[in-house]
Ligand binder design. Structure first.
Ligand SMILES: C[S@@+](CC[C@H](N)C(=O)[O-])C[C@H]1O[C@@H](n2cnc3c(N)ncnc32)[C@H](O)[C@@H]1O
Length: 420
């Protein structure tokens, strides 16, 4: 069996899980879905699944006129992956044969191999020309409606274009480390951006722990908190530790809390690789006690700001769990506020595009806590467009910002100061 077969077979399985079972790709990976594959096959399976999910609408439009009857999900997903490969320049002979063989070997659906052969041959013939004319894929309605309402129809199209383009890889350097040996562009906010596929662990400076992977938008909350040497800082919901490392690198005495054992194992590895230190606590943020100079709360959220890198999210979810998350964020924000010393500060952030998880949380908190005020720290951040500052004084970041530089994750952040 060729390498391509292993990767394609697992990519079909991943799509079955996302589209049939509503599971996220990250959950499939954590459950070991790709563990038996060689590293290059694993990377290929991940790429095929992500590319297909990013282009699902296009693939279905190309396929629709060749599919007269509904097909079992596994066969449909094989056709979708084949279509995306063929329309993005894959060699017709190889792609068609592989998909026919994979379906032929399937116990229940093997008899549909003729259909797969016929459909993919037509796609190989006509698909690439049609593909070029198809509109940019749209988000499913459950998410498109609230986002269009929040940001307007023209911005929605820009956001969808950013989702379709995918995300470059951004790095945060340790203070004083020069990353000029990397083929990277320094962004206005100080992060470094790499283009094109790379094997992160092979890049110069990885083993030495000189930098870590972190989207430019995700690097801003810790910049806004501006932890100082010796300050007692609490990072609530810390794993896998991008923001913990930023704050530890500035010399603060950081306590990192997260309830996920697995994600905290990654935080520990990250600290070890970068030679940074923090007190690591596996536990519920809502049960944390103590008083801190500064608290960073990166609250669990819909993650709708990260769709460029997680194209499975709009297809695996339907928004039904978001109400609970919004309540949890409000609870966590109130608890985090109780852990801030008088005269101290809190940075609240979420990687969400929904105002309910950002702007509205801060508006409500400002109403609820008389000793809470929005801080002035945004003025000191480099590379911030004043138009991104919101009415209540937070920062709204969207994937369609920095279009010429390759976009950024959707994020919301706000600095809150406690009266002395
Ligand atoms: C957005 S992620 C954090 C990313 C992290 N701050 C970083 O920069 O690498 C949200 C985290 O919240 C954690 N979490 C969710 N509910 C929690 C709770 N009740 N207590 C502590 N951590 C929680 C999740 O395990 C997840 O790691």
């Amino acid at each position: 069996m060729s390498n391509g077969t292993h990767a394609r077979r697992r990519a079909i399985y991943l799509l079955d899980q996302v589209l049939g079972e509503g599971r996220l790709l990250s959950e499939c990976y954590a459950a070991g879905a790709l563990d038996k594959l060689a590293p290059e096959d694993r990377a290929r399976a991940q790429r095929l699944a992500a590319d297909t999910l990013r282009n699902l609408e296009r693939a279905d439009r190309v396929l629709q006129k060749h599919l007269k009857k509904s097909t079992p999900l596994m066969v449909h997903n094989a056709l979708r992956i084949g279509t995306v490969e063929l329309c993005q320049g894959g060699a017709a002979h190889g792609v068609v044969n592989e998909m026919v063989n994979i379906v032929a070997a399937h116990k229940r659906h093997g008899k549909l191999k003729g259909l797969v052969n016929a459909v993919l041959r037509k796609v190989a013939d006509q698909g690439p020309t049609e593909w070029a004319k198809l509109r940019v894929p749209r988000l499913p309605k459950w998410l498109r409606s609230p986002l269009s309402q929040a940001w307007g129809a023209p911005a929605m199209l820009e956001i969808e274009a950013a989702h379709a383009a995918g995300a470059p890889l951004d790095l945060t350097a340790k203070p004083g480390v020069d990353l000029s040996a990397l083929d990277a562009v320094k962004l206005p906010t100080g992060s470094y951006r790499l283009h094109g596929p790379v094997q992160v662990s092979n890049l110069p400076g990885f083993a030495e722990g000189n930098w870590w992977v972190q989207d430019a938008a995700a690097a801003l909350p810790a910049q806004l908190l501006a932890a100082k040497p010796g300050e007692k800082v609490l990072d609530l919901c810390a794993a896998p530790g991008g923001k913990t490392m930023q704050m530890a690198a500035s010399g603060a005495d950081v306590t990192a809390v997260d309830q996920s054992e697995g994600r905290m194992a990654r935080l520990r590895e990250n600290l070890e690789r970068t030679g940074l230190s923090a007190t690591v606590v596996v536990g519920d943020a809502l049960e944390e006690t103590g008083q801190y100079d500064a608290v960073l709360l990166d609250a669990p959220c819909s993650a709708t700001g990260t769709i460029r890198r997680h194209p499975d999210l709009p297809h695996a979810k339907d928004g039904s769990g978001f109400g609970e998350l919004i309540e949890l964020q409000a609870q966590m924000l109130a608890h985090a506020w109780s852990l801030v010393k008088p005269g101290g500060r809190l940075v609240y952030c979420t990687c969400s595009l929904l105002p309910d998880e950002g702007e509205c949380q801060i508006e409500d908190a400002l109403d609820m806590f008389p000793d809470m005020q929005v801080g002035e720290g945004l003025r000191n951040l480099a590379g911030i467009d004043p138009a991104w500052i919101t009415e209540e004084g937070g920062l709204r970041l969207r994937p369609d910002y920095w279009p010429d530089l390759g976009g950024m994750d959707g994020f919301y952040l706000a600095e809150l100061r406690k009266a002395s």
